[in-house]
Ligand binder design. Structure first.
Ligand code: NAP
Length: 282
């Protein structure tokens, strides 16, 4: 029997939908509950933020778990299914009609001042910032010094994360087929004394970035997607595309640029019918 873990946000619509989904999935022969260990599928109910929570709850299971997103808010980037498509979604699972797609992830290696090392994955981005004092941070690319950054912070995003914080920082929107990571600056200081490139940069999958915060007494905050840590004593942050990818199943998929248009411009009606919308991002 296939196991489906439900991960939802705390909105009333999501709570109600989760109990309905659970009942229907159990009737259809699945083992289904919240917080299930080693599931085959993780069904996120909410928005993109909820999907980020689901991703990190199963971050160590990337090789064996597939995600589905049922959205109870507005159209999401990771959430494909609407509540009124529930029966269609369950039918597709029962009849094994789901297709698979996968997206690149960011590998984050944190080297702390106390010599401990931690490895994490990011679905959207990693952001290192200083609130208050200016962050000073050396940036190297493939072990070669590139620049000394001074400013509010730096953000490194995945292709699917490029429509999140990265976009608000003036980064480019990358198609998820592009295997690359993108670094954007937050309010860099650029004058006669201090100089950075002051443009987003996009690195291919075989390259990596190292960030070396320079002034140990400046308190830094680190966010990995929606997760946030204050007062990080970081010596170095290594960022590169991960070996792992995140896997999704879908029966129909909006064309990526239709989704971008619908989310950020919204001039035209998007046809989300199974025939018209059946286009993988791959
Ligand atoms: P939040 O502040 O509650 O939500 C931020 C918004 O970003 C929500 O509307 C969320 O969509 C949307 N979002 C998340 N991932 C996205 C993606 N890949 N493409 C487009 N929009 C996306 O924070 P949260 O729910 O904990 O999510 C954390 C994420 O928010 C971060 O990874 C970052 O990308 C994004 N964020 C953006 C800014 C900014 O643009 N200035 C600032 C902070 C964080 P839903 O409503 O569907 O959940």
């Amino acid at each position: 029997m296939k196991k489906i873990a439900i991960y939802r946000n705390s909105h009333t619509a999501s709570i109600q939908l989760a109990s309905k989904v659970k009942e229907k999935l159990v009737q259809a022969g699945f083992i289904c509950q919240e917080g299930l260990l080693n599931p085959d599928y993780v069904l996120s109910i909410g928005g993109d933020g909820t999907l980020l929570g689901a991703f990190h709850a199963y971050e160590d299971h990337m090789d064996r778990v597939q995600f589905l997103g049922l959205h109870t808010g507005h159209l999401g980037f990771y959430t494909d299914w609407l509540p009124d498509e529930l029966d269609c979604m369950i039918d597709s699972l029962v009849q094994n009609r789901m297709k698979e797609t996968s997206y690149p992830l960011l590998e984050v290696k944190l080297y702390f001042q106390d010599q401990t090392i931690e490895r994490r994955l990011a679905l959207n981005e990693v952001a290192l910032r200083s609130f208050g004092k200016t962050m000073v941070c050396d940036v190297s690319i493939k072990d070669v010094f590139f620049e000394t950054f001074r400013g509010d912070g730096l953000c490194v995003a995945t292709p699917t994360g490029s429509t999140g914080l990265n976009k608000s920082l003036g980064g480019a929107v990358l198609h998820p087929c592009v295997e690359a990571i993108q670094m954007t600056e937050m309010a860099s200081v650029n004058n006669r004394l201090f100089r950075t490139l002051a443009s987003p940069i996009i690195l291919p999958k075989q390259e990596w970035l190292d960030l070396y915060p320079q002034e140990a007494d400046i308190p830094l905050s680190l966010s990995i997607d929606h997760l946030f840590r204050d007062h990080c004593q970081i010596e170095r942050l290594r960022l590169q595309m991960a070996q792992e990818r995140v896997h999704f199943v879908y029966a129909k998929h909006l064309h990526y640029w239709d989704r971008v248009e619908a989310s950020f411009i919204g001039h035209r009606q998007v046809d989300k019918s199974p025939l018209q919308g059946d286009k993988s991002w791959n």
